[in-house]
Design a protein around this ligand. Sequence first.
Ligand SMILES: Nc1ncnc2c1ncn2[C@@H]1O[C@H](COP(=O)(O)OP(=O)(O)OP(=O)(O)O)[C@@H](O)[C@H]1O
Ligand SMILES: [Mg+2]
Length: 250
Amino acid sequence: MNQPILSAKAVRKTFGKFVALDNVTFDLQPKQRRALIGPNGAGKSTFIGCVAGQIPGAEGQILFKGEDVTKLQPSALAKRGISRTFQISRTFLHMTVFENMMSAFIMARGSWPSLSTRVFSDLEDEVHAMLGNVGMDTRANETVENISLGDRKRLEFGMALAADPDLLLLDEPTAGMSIKERHHLMDMVVELVESTGKTLLFVEHDIDVVFRVAEVVTVMVRGSVFVEGTPKEIAANEEVQKVYLGEGDH
Ligand SMILES: Nc1ncnc2c1ncn2[C@@H]1O[C@H](COP(=O)(O)OP(=O)(O)OP(=O)(O)O)[C@@H](O)[C@H]1O
Ligand SMILES: [Mg+2]
């Protein structure tokens, strides 16, 4: 087996006395599509935040491509190839779709490009191409506060791709969408991730989406990995079913 692209070793994160993550250990293989599931409050978003650097202070070790990145800032992690979206989408509401995507490209490059006509028009082309990839080019000039939640999620996904990351972390990419929109977005995610050889770790509550997209499923409960396996194994696991039926019992 290849060296894992991401390796979490006994990751622990406390908020005061509260233990949000405890002994989280798992390996993510390159190009794998893995779902992170579990009841509300299980620690899924906290884990994503620890990996991508927004939540500092994790104990244990997080290795990315073999390097210990546990203490790195989000910008350093982004440079190494980690990109994420947020459970509550983070876009500039008063800017247009195009401007949002442009900012993502500029942030990903880490500096304001020299504005020669050539560079500027190349950048514009890239922005339009990415908007096209995520099905948002026809909405380029709309202000983000006026577009639907589903469109915002699509835009945010495209913005996360602007850095051309190796590892993409999506925290509830389909939250608030209709079933049809969910499948449409996730089919697009799979296509883009597969065609560019990226690794995907996504948090998702819709179990149909999970089973359709994930090759491996990690179930978290109360801050720890409860079980992991293929969608088939997870679907057949009675303990997992109990956890879901008993959701909210903690
Ligand atoms: N900054 C914080 N300070 C204190 N407690 C926190 C903080 N962030 C998260 N928590 C707590 O840690 C636990 C895990 O939260 P987290 O957001 O990671 O859960 P989750 O699995 O993403 O849940 P959901 O499915 O509802 O998004 C929750 O009990 C939450 O209240
Ligand atoms: Mg969450």
